[in-house]
Design a protein around this ligand. Structure first.
Ligand code: GLU
Length: 416
């Protein structure tokens, strides 16, 4: 179904914003497509001795505001179009939080659950050998995303520095702390999202400490959101969580720490003691104050949007809501904090990491948190003010803020 092609969705979202901003045709044509994209075939020796060929991508969407920046996703469903969409959203993401970076993304079509640690290491190093000529601190900078970890970033940094013959810690972010990673990078995506929820509850007059919340997707972002929601908002009841193996629900609240421990022990949330099962679909439709879609694209579509009852949907995932669903949610008064605003905390702390790598001086955790809070709060209010001024939903408002900044940079460079 073409409605669900993420790149077509990203283009349709852009088209709507360009129409309102009244941008010229050349600017529109430039912003609809990646400026550069690469496809690599990666031969990797498996533990069995057999060689497997992996398909991999790197898309450098737009570099008008700075070096392209964005994660590397390892997923069985990865295609050039998912990577293009994610690279476009990175462009709008770095712009909405106003950091001096462009947008890019990488992907490898693979199932990491079937790879051993040594196979992962060889795949990570193979990716860098292919992509290295196109990466640099001032050119294009990868980071973690779905199924890629600080350890994978460490192998990739090591391979890059071996090729170059010198140190370049800022060429990859989300590194382990001993290799130049930043304090606070691990939970930054979820923390940034929860800061925007805090601002949204103030704007909507909701008592933050009494909010109920549900999390679809219990990976890196979802797990941190479970604890940070209560820490940052001063309270809250976690009603339900889910992952690709199903979900669990408890009316009186799930203990986030126990849920994280159980997930780490068993690899799933299903069967968590003291809970009852719930499907991913039913979780999305729960009557909670805050819903965190934290899995993959296209969770909320025209099929289920009318049944979403949450007051706030904070999109920690990239692309969880289709354009048709956006219209329905807006009509029904669901306040959406759109993906590239809600989950911009990760790339914001990646930027702090690069800054620290550049001047080789490292910040405290408190410094990172206060700087992140300021960036996320400012970005939330820039978007919220725009949504009130133009009477549009928050996603369209976020596009208006971001796209106008990128368009201005393209114009200043004389590209259009
Ligand atoms: N993968 C994250 C994202 O989608 C972080 C990107 C980065 O830190 O460069 O925003």
């Amino acid at each position: 179904m073409s409605e669900l092609n993420p790149f077509k969705i990203a283009q349709a979202q852009l088209d709507e914003a360009v129409g309102i901003l009244g941008l010229d045709k050349a600017t529109h044509d430039l912003l609809r497509w990646p400026m550069r994209e690469f496809r690599f075939l990666l031969p990797v020796r498996m533990d069995s001795g057999e060689t497997r060929i992996f398909h991999a991508y790197r898309v450098q969407y737009n570099a008008a505001r700075g070096p392209t920046k964005g994660g590397l996703r390892w997923h069985p469903d990865e295609t050039i179009d998912t990577v293009r969409a994610l690279a476009a959203w990175m462009t709008w993401k770095t712009s909405v939080v106003d950091i001096p970076l462009g947008g890019g993304k990488g992907g490898v079509t693979c199932n990491p659950k079937e790879l051993s640690e040594t196979e992962k290491e060889r795949l990570a190093r193979a990716y860098i050998r292919a992509a290295a000529p196109h990466l640099a601190v001032d050119r294009d900078v990868p980071a973690p995303d779905v199924y890629t970890t600080p350890q994978i970033m460490a192998w990739m940094l090591d391979e890059y520095e071996t090729i170059q013959g010198c140190k370049h810690p800022g060429v990859i972010t989300g590194k382990p702390i001993p290799l130049g990673g930043s304090q606070g990078r691990g939970d930054a995506t979820a923390r940034g999202g929860v800061y925007t929820v805090r601002e949204a509850t103030k704007a909507l007059g909701i008592d933050a400490a009494k909010t109920s919340y549900a999390i679809q997707g219990f990976g890196n972002a979802g797990q941190f959101a479970a604890t940070l929601h209560r820490e940052v908002l001063g309270g809250g009841t976690l009603a339900a969580i889910s992952d690709s193996g199903g979900g669990v629900y408890c009316k009186n609240g799930i203990d986030p720490d126990k849920a994280i421990h159980y997930k780490q022990e068993t690899g799933r949330v299903a069967g968590l003691p003291g809970t009852e099962p719930i499907s991913n679909e039913d979780l999305l439709e729960l009557d909670v104050d805050v819903l965190y879609p934290s899995a993959l694209e296209n969770a909320i579509t025209a099929d289920n949007a009318a049944r979403i009852k949450a007051k706030i949907s904070c999109e920690l995932a990239n692309g969880p809501t289709t354009p048709e669903a956006d219209k329905i949610l807006f009509k029904n008064g669901v306040f959406v904090i759109p993906d590239f605003l809600a989950n911009a905390g990760g790339v914001t702390v990646s930027y702090f990491e690069q800054v620290q790598n550049t001047y080789n001086y490292y910040w405290t955790l408190e410094d990172v948190h206060s700087q992140l809070d300021r960036r996320m709060t400012d970005a939330f209010h820039a978007v919220h003010d725009m949504s009130k001024k133009e009477s549009v939903h928050m996603r369209l408002a976020a596009y208006l803020v971001s796209v106008s900044r990128v368009a201005e940079a393209c114009k200043l460079r004389g590209w259009v």
